[in-house]
Design a protein around this ligand. Structure first.
Ligand code: BEZ
Length: 190
């Protein structure tokens, strides 16, 4: 299965005339970029929450047994802390391909630790994409992640690395940390 968003992202073209721009990383980008960047800094966005509600058919799962990865969902009043990367536009060509399974670029105002705000781009998978899995209990999400695996490796590695990286940044992300805690308990009982 593929929702292939490459063309839609290319057409969107926000910041196309910029030499450098900010990318908001909130998932695997927090612990592993996989591309060259100019600098990176912790930032937060408001009105969004990180959730394991997106299916992964090409990285942490397969078309027959998709994994679960994070996306951003609208959450009025909440903030989501991530890592901003200052990059050249070429990075978006790479990420459009890597994240083609339902993620679309969206302009996002980001607040830096010194309080100043700048626009950047985030990849967001919304409920209308074909790989969407949606809400489930923490127990069900953790059990799902325990068994899934794909070309980029076990889904559990993704979830545990993300939780470790968030803890290192002192980010109290209750959803991701609860999934990781439950996942560790399930793995211990294997
Ligand atoms: C991230 O790790 O922030 C991310 C990048 C591309 C798509 C979804 C999440």
């Amino acid at each position: 299965m593929s929702t292939n968003t490459i063309e839609a992202n290319r057409r969107a073209g926000a910041f196309a005339d910029h030499d450098e721009l900010w990318l908001f990383g909130y998932g695997s980008l927090i612990y592993k970029a996989g591309f060259d960047y100019i600098e990176r800094r912790p930032v937060r966005i408001t009105g969004w929450a990180r959730r394991f509600w997106q299916g992964s058919h090409d990285h942490r799962g397969t078309p027959g047994a998709p994994g679960r990865v994070v996306t951003l969902v609208a959450a009025p009043g909440e903030t989501c802390t991530g890592m901003a990367y200052r990059v050249t536009p070429a990075v978006f060509d790479y990420l459009d391909h890597r994240e083609k399974n339902g993620y679309l670029r969206a302009v996002q105002p980001m607040t830096f630790e010194d309080g100043h705000v700048e626009d950047g781009l985030a990849y967001i998978a919304t409920a209308d994409n074909a790989a969407w899995l949606g809400e489930a209990s923490i127990d069900d999400i953790a059990e799902h992640i325990r068994t899934a695996s794909g070309p980029s490796g076990p889904n559990r590695d993704y979830a545990l690395h993300l939780a470790d990286a968030l803890r290192d940044m002192n980010v109290a992300d209750t959803h991701c940390l609860a999934v990781a805690d439950r996942l560790r308990a399930l793995i211990a009982a294997e």
